[in-house]
Write a protein that binds this ligand. Structure first.
Ligand code: KDG
Length: 339
C-alpha cells in the first residue's frame, strides 16, 4: 500500500514538461510546451497568426505539443524575450526586426527609410535567399528564425500638430524602437527621438512623456492610440517585418517530426497573418478617422521631402552595415520591383 501511494504521488507531481517523459516505465511519448510571447495585444493580426500557429501544432502533433500564448508584453519586452529564448527559458517570440539589430546588424537593412516600394516586394524579398540568409545567421546566437510575418509600413502619430513636411517634425518627442537607424532617422528630421520598449508606449503618450510614435495602421488602431493621439501622417517611412523566433536550445531538443510540424505551422500562419494584416491596414485608416484622428496623406512632393531629409541616414548606415551587402540588397529589391 505504501509503495503504491508513493508511486501515485510521484505520478501526480511530475506533470510532463519540455522533453520529459510521462510516468516511469510507460510508453507515453514525450510532451513539449511552447510559450509564445508578444508585445502587441490579442486584437492584432500578429496574435491571430499565433492562434493559427498554436492550432496547427496542437492538432498535427496529436497533443504532444501544447502552445501557450501570451500577449501585451506579459512575458516581457522584445529584447527580454529574445534573451529568454537564448537562455532556453521561453520558446517563441515574434519581435519586429528592429530590436534584432542588437544581435546582427545586417537586420538594419529593414530600418533604412523608403526601401521597399510595396508589401509584395517586401515579402518576396524576406521569403527569398537574402531573407533566409539573415534567418540562418541567427542560429549562432541561440535563435532559430522560423519565418517572416508582416508588421507593415510604419506611420507617424503625434499629439501636437498635423505633420505634412519635415519642418513640422521639429522638436517633437517621438518614441522609437530600440534601434540606431531609427534614432538617426528621427534626428535627421529635427525630432527628439526616445527609444523605449513597446509595452511602455501607451502610458508614455498618455502622460505626455513623448508627443508621438510610429507604427503601422493596425497597431495604431488596435492599441487604442486614438485615445491619446490626435494626428496620424501616413509617412510609410519604413516597412517592418516581424521575425518569428524559436529558442535554439528548445528546437535542438525537438524530435525531427515535431520540428517539421513547427516549421510548417510558421509558414501557414505567416500567410494568414499577412492576409489579415493587409486587410486591416486597408480598413483601419478610416477607422482612425472615425475614432477622431486627423489622418494626413502626403503628396508625392511631400513624400520626396521626407526622403531627401533622411537620405543622410541611408548613406551613414550603408557603411555601418557593410556597403557591399547593402548594394546586394538594393539590387535584389530593384530586381523584384521590376518583375
Ligand atoms: O509584438 C511585437 C511588438 O513587441 C513590437 O515589436 C511592435 O513594432 C513594434 C514596436 O513599435 O515596438
Amino acid at each position: 500500500l505504501v509503495l503504491s501511494l508513493i508511486v501515485a504521488m510521484v505520478g501526480c507531481s511530475s506533470a510532463p514538461s519540455n522533453g520529459e517523459q510521462g510516468e516511469a516505465g510507460s510508453v507515453e511519448q514525450e510532451k513539449y510546451v511552447i510559450r509564445a510571447g508578444i508585445g502587441l495585444n490579442d486584437q492584432h493580426p500578429q496574435y491571430k497568426g499565433l492562434e493559427i500557429f498554436k492550432e496547427y501544432i496542437e492538432r498535427e502533433s496529436d497533443g504532444r505539443v501544447e502552445v501557450q500564448l501570451f500577449h501585451s508584453s506579459q512575458l516581457g519586452d522584445d529584447i527580454q524575450m529574445m534573451e529568454a529564448l537564448q537562455l532556453g527559458s521561453q520558446e517563441v517570440t515574434c519581435p519586429s526586426s528592429a530590436p534584432i539589430t542588437s544581435i546582427d546588424k545586417r537586420f538594419m537593412i529593414f530600418d533604412l527609410p523608403f526601401l521597399f516600394p510595396t508589401e509584395e516586394v517586401a515579402s518576396d524579398f524576406v521569403d527569398g535567399p537574402l531573407g533566409q540568409e539573415l534567418l540562418d545567421g541567427l542560429e549562432e546566437h541561440g535563435l532559430v528564425g522560423l519565418a517572416y510575418w508582416e508588421n507593415g509600413y510604419r506611420h507617424l502619430t503625434n499629439n501636437v500638430r498635423e505633420v505634412k513636411t519635415p519642418e513640422d517634425m521639429k522638436g517633437l518627442k517621438i518614441r522609437t524602437m530600440e534601434n540606431q537607424v531609427h534614432l538617426d532617422f528621427f534626428r535627421a528630421l529635427g525630432a527628439n527621438p526616445t527609444p523605449m520598449p513597446f509595452g511602455e508606449l501607451f502610458t508614455a503618450m498618455q502622460q505626455g512623456v513623448v508627443d508621438g510614435q510610429e507604427n503601422p495602421v493596425p497597431t495604431i488602431y488596435l492599441q487604442n492610440y486614438p485615445e491619446v493621439q490626435k494626428y496620424t501622417t501616413l509617412t510609410g517611412h519604413v516597412y517592418s517585418p516581424f521575425v518569428l523566433l524559436m529558442s535554439k536550445v528548445f528546437w535542438d531538443g525537438l524530435p525531427a517530426d515535431l520540428q517539421e510540424i513547427v516549421q510548417e505551422a510558421a509558414f501557414i500562419a505567416r500567410d494568414e497573418e499577412r492576409r489579415i494584416s493587409r486587410e486591416y491596414t486597408e480598413e483601419l485608416a478610416d477607422g482612425l478617422r472615425e475614432a477622431g484622428m486627423t489622418v494626413t496623406e502626403l503628396t508625392p512632393e511631400q513624400q520626396q521631402m521626407f526622403q531627401e531629409a533622411t537620405s543622410s541616414t541611408v548613406e551613414k548606415f550603408k557603411n555601418e552595415i557593410g556597403a557591399d551587402y547593402v548594394e546586394q540588397v538594393l539590387a535584389e529589391i530593384e530586381r523584384l520591383s521590376n518583375r
